[in-house]
Design a protein around this ligand. Sequence first.
Ligand code: BG6
Length: 311
Amino acid sequence: MGHSAAVWDYRAANEVTTDWSGNPQVVLRSPQGASAKISLHGGQVMSWKNEQGEELLFTSSKAIFKPPKAMRGGIPICFPQFGNRGSLEQHGFARNKVWTIEENPPPLPPNDSNGKSFVDLILKPSSEDLKGWPHSFEYRLRVALGTDGRLSLISRIRNVNGKPFTFSFAYHTYIEVRIEGLETLDYFDNLFQRERCTEQGDALTFESEVDRVYLSCPNAIAVIDHGKKRTFVIRKEGLPDVVVWNPWDKKSKAMLDFGDEEYKQMLCVDGAVVENPITLKPGEEWMGRLELLVVPSSFCSDHLDLHRAYF
Ligand code: BG6
């Protein structure tokens, strides 16, 4: 197989494998050797590796790869709610449902396909889902891997209901430890009944449990892994808020599917819609994009302009 993006049918190159619990998963590969695995259970990205084969997303060693819960790690999708308000289950049901592959979704701009390896998934509510959340929707998810290994997730949620509905959302992305780009912003502290606070430092570091929703954030955030001298660049569109979560020691011990010491290795940084949920009228569609790439930290501080527009 050559490197000619113009003639390579990337979708035909995707493998569909089965993980050890029996869930189908799609493997995307870039010509240079980066890869991503997407489970049809939850439409969850389970793994994202660079060209050297190093894993870039956190997965707990105690993760449970069995329905009906989402696996602890990767990128679970929180829809139709982020959090645990009302009668819906925590972070909504989408992460616990089996999605299907959609062969011919409505087209996206050419840049979302050209030179990329990608898969399109779709979730529609079952009659059981409609009892808990009585709104018909079509949720289309494209996960794409660029030739340089960058990972993008594009969600399109359409109201196919007779009435408007409202939702909140997050790509619950499990990665690593020091964050820049959120300083001086307001946030809701989930640990204090969503009290509104203002970040004071020039970068966010922490030494205890963090569970915050940063409000109206810039569209690019850097997460610096000092140990490995690499920086995760998170770019987003349609996702004004950023959730930052680390369970720290006590909560880690209380979670069955999380190692006692693993809070030292991970951080969730989610592109999200929390403060002002989205309302879709009948026939309307919302789109939320997330793009992740990893660059050497030296490259990041010298060349990366976090404040320019990306999409
Ligand atoms: C965070 C929430 O985003 O997700 C936390 O703010 C929660 O309160 C965490 O504990 C993990 O949620 P879950 O349902 O995947 O265990």
